[in-house]
Design a protein around this ligand. Structure first.
Ligand SMILES: Cc1cc2nc3c(=O)[nH]c(=O)nc-3n(C[C@H](O)[C@H](O)[C@H](O)COP(=O)(O)OP(=O)(O)OC[C@H]3O[C@@H](n4cnc5c(N)ncnc54)[C@H](O)[C@@H]3O)c2cc1C
Length: 694
């Protein structure tokens, strides 16, 4: 039960900030904001609606001072219960903050408020000949703030990246009511990328500078119809593997095709079980035609029955409407819809889809597959009726089994829909206690009082009632299983030093850090971490140890016809990440293995190209300068073929002076300031036996 009068007590102050109309406690509002597009339900005590962005900080400060929980909410289309106020308190309705403040085509940036609807931004950009790449299926209603909250994706993200890749800078209010502006290009750890996908648990975005792109001069669309989903998935792996990067590569199974085509002329033969929707774009029409021709040949070789180019814009629009229309079409069949969102390494899609279908059949569920095949991101759509409790139980069980299957294949539980409350339990199947504690430390750094969207993302006591524990990948993808002797040596050494309170200076090749800078800390030389990279050419990923020279790594890749789309950079892999020598390197980083000051191995990310399960600690480590943990290995997304190295426009950030956010993170991640302690001099009290390092 909530204490009813805790809102009455602060009501006059709230009304002084947002006006009487902005503070609603009536039954209609409370009910309206007690649900979202997920299945969870809980009532807020108050709904606070803002009419100006500068009202957010004072309201948050007041709520924090009063110990009242709060969460930001926009269109409420998230599919994981992210906007359900589990502890009552205040729902912060940001939807009236919907100004597009500036479109700067010269700088290729749009400055927008969080309530701007995704499609409205696209419509505003089109007359300038520009677009914003993230295009979730919900783009007619979902907003930029919600897209940032969930790190939303969409069909175009295969080529242009998900939301985080398309954000330049954010203004946000932290849970203590302070306003911050952060860019991923800032010197120091990448706090901006950490905010993206944090589901409103680390702060509230009040403005976003988004990257915008010129509309491509040419777009060509094709469909490829197959007798089996396996054939279609083999074609997907081969298309991406031969160096073609479509702007979209989507797949539909027969059920979704039949559902969406109901009442229209179905252009595909009845024997078709799977259809790929392929789209290529660019400024060179000859190249597009050549690439599409290659796609055609690959599809034919994999058994494609019918490959159709669609030159006509009306037909193209019809195909996309069909793709986007699946959710509403499915929703017509039953009152409720659950969309699973697992991701697996692309070559394992066939196995993952087979398991998914078997699980749906085992629980006698009506389901359809329509998904981002190019990203390995599956969306099993399951229809049901929540009034049928037996059916709800079967749906939940099936969802859990599907997530476990993806984890076993080395995949993850969510590519774009988030964890919220609904997948919280599965976090402890995906991660070990070490990773969960790392995430909890991040949450504590931002929100020590647990007021900002509490009890989301991270499992809480009793979540895993069946006590099933971590579901380790069967295929040996776990880094724990694959540490080299040198890596194990680093882990052991850090444990010993932690036990003795010895400060460590993490050193790579010494390209950036000079020995004179170490301030008395004992060097930890990472050059022994130099095992040859493990390359998965079919998945286009490679895991490489941190001490390997980037030039040697690239030479190894080139020998296999693969590349990293980066400028030529000098230094070790770990050093380049930790120093943020090239801020856009974050876009190619899929996973990191790091060792904490206590000598605990933490595995973050992996071999999937999308992953929104937990905080984006991989990107946070970019620019962390060895002070949050020792990077011992990294997994990168590769490109196939020769391609041109990006020009190196000297983007290296300048000197770093930690601010309060970075200091809070340091206090949580390395409370005794043992790693590269001079960077955060004065942050923590010197531990017994350790000289305070100035
Ligand atoms: C039919 C349908 C299709 C969909 N298709 C896709 C798809 O293709 N791709 C995809 O990624 N998702 C998809 N989704 C899921 C959903 O639309 C996205 O997650 C979307 O980004 C949510 O936006 P919203 O405005 O509804 O945000 P909300 O649901 O209101 O909020 C989402 C999260 O962001 C947080 N948040 C809200 N505002 C802020 C803020 N200002 N600062 C910080 N955090 C904030 C919230 O607390 C919450 O945790 C689909 C959903 C539906 C119903």
């Amino acid at each position: 039960m909530f204490k009813k009068d805790r809102i009455s007590e602060i009501r006059p102050e709230l009304e002084a900030i947002v006006g009487p109309d902005g503070v609603r406690t009536g039954e209609a509002e409370i009910l309206m904001y007690s649900y979202d597009a997920g299945m969870a339900r809980a009532r807020p005590e108050v709904v606070i609606t803002f009419s100006a962005a500068d009202q957010v900080a004072p309201v948050v400060k007041l709520l924090a001072k009063s110990g009242i929980p709060f969460l930001p909410r926009l269109a409420g289309t998230n599919l994981s219960g992210g906007t359900i106020p589990l502890h009552g308190g205040a729902v912060l309705n940001m939807s009236r903050l919907k100004k597009i403040r500036q479109i700067d085509t010269g700088a290729r940036l749009a400055l927008v408020e969080p309530g701007v609807v995704n499609l409205e931004l696209q419509n505003a950009l089109a007359p300038f000949g520009f677009f914003y790449a993230p295009d979730p299926g919900s783009q007619k209603v979902s907003t930029i703030g919600g897209n940032i909250g969930e790190n939303a994706g969409g069909p175009l993200c295969l080529k242009y990246g998900v939301t985080v890749d398309n954000v330049e800078k954010l203004e946000f209010v932290s849970p203590d009511g302070e306003t911050h502006t952060v860019s991923y290009r800032d010197a120091g750890p990448d706090v901006m990328s950490l905010l993206v996908g944090s589901e409103g648990t680390l702060g509230i975005v009040t403005a976003a500078w988004l990257k915008i792109l010129p509309l491509p001069a040419h777009i060509k669309t094709a469909t490829a119809a197959f007798k089996s989903m396996d054939e279609a998935m083999n074609a997907v792996t081969r298309i991406i593997g031969c160096g073609i990067l479509p702007r979209a590569l989507e797949a539909m199974d027969k059920v979704s095709l039949d559902t969406v085509m109901a009442g229209r002329e179905n252009p595909f033969p009845p024997s078709v079980e799977a259809v790929l929707l392929l789209e290529l774009d660019g400024d060179d029409p000859v190249r597009i035609t050549k690439d599409l021709d290659t796609c055609h040949k690959i599809c034919a070789a994999e058994g494609c029955q019918n490959f159709r180019m669609s030159g006509d814009p009306a037909e193209r629009e019809m195909l996309w409407q069909a793709r986007r229309g699946v959710n509403p079409a499915m929703a017509r069949l039953a009152p409720d819809l659950l969309v699973e969102d697992g991701v697996v390494p692309r070559p394992l899609l066939t196995a993952a889809l087979r398991e998914t279908r078997e699980i749906a059949a085992k629980y006698k569920l009506t389901s359809a597959m329509i998904f981002h095949a190019g990203d390995g991101n599956m969306h099993m759509h399951i229809i049901f009726d929540r009034r049928d409790l037996q059916e709800v139980r079967r749906v939940k069980k099936a969802g859990y089994e599907m997530m476990k299957a993806y984890i076993k294949l080395g995949g993850t539980i969510s590519g774009e829909h988030g964890i919220g409350v609904e997948k919280r339990v599965a976090m402890s199947w995906l991660y070990g206690p070490e990773e969960l504690e790392f995430f909890r430390a991040i949450k504590r750094a931002f929100d020590p009082a647990e007021l900002c969207n509490p009890d989301k993302i991270l499992p809480i006591g009793g979540d895993d009632a069946c006590g099933e524990g971590r579901t380790l990948p069967a295929s040996g993808l776990s880094a724990r299983a694959s540490q080299s002797p040198a890596a194990r040596g680093i882990i052991d050494e850090l444990r010993v030093r932690s036990g003795r309170n010895i400060a460590t200076a993490v050193t790579g090749l010494g390209t950036r850090l000079k020995r004179a800078d170490l301030g008395g800390a004992q060097p930890l030389d990472l050059r022994a971490l130099n095992a040859a990279a493990v390359i998965d050419a079919r998945n286009l990923t490679a895991r490489v140890e941190a001490g390997v020279r980037m030039t040697d790594f690239r030479r190894q890749l080139a020998a296999e016809g693969l590349r990293l789309d980066l400028p030529e950079l000098e230094g070790s892999v770990g050093g380049l990440i930790a120093s943020k020598a090239w801020p856009d390197l974050r876009d190619l980083l899929l996973g990191l293995e790091i060792v904490t000051a206590e000598g605990t191995l933490v595995e973050l990310g992996g071999k999937t190209v999308k992953n929104v399960a937990g905080y984006d600690a991989v990107r946070l480590m970019c620019g962390s300068q060895g002070a949050y943990g020792v990077i011992i290995a990294a997994t990168f997304a590769l490109a196939a073929g020769q391609g041109q190295a990006a020009a190196y426009a000297k983007a290296e950030p300048g000197d770093f002076t930690p601010g309060p956010l970075q200091r809070n993170l340091k206090e949580q991640l390395d409370p005794r300031n043992l790693l590269n302690p001079w960077i955060y001099a004065g942050t923590a009290a010197a531990a017994p036996g350790q000289e305070a390092v100035k």
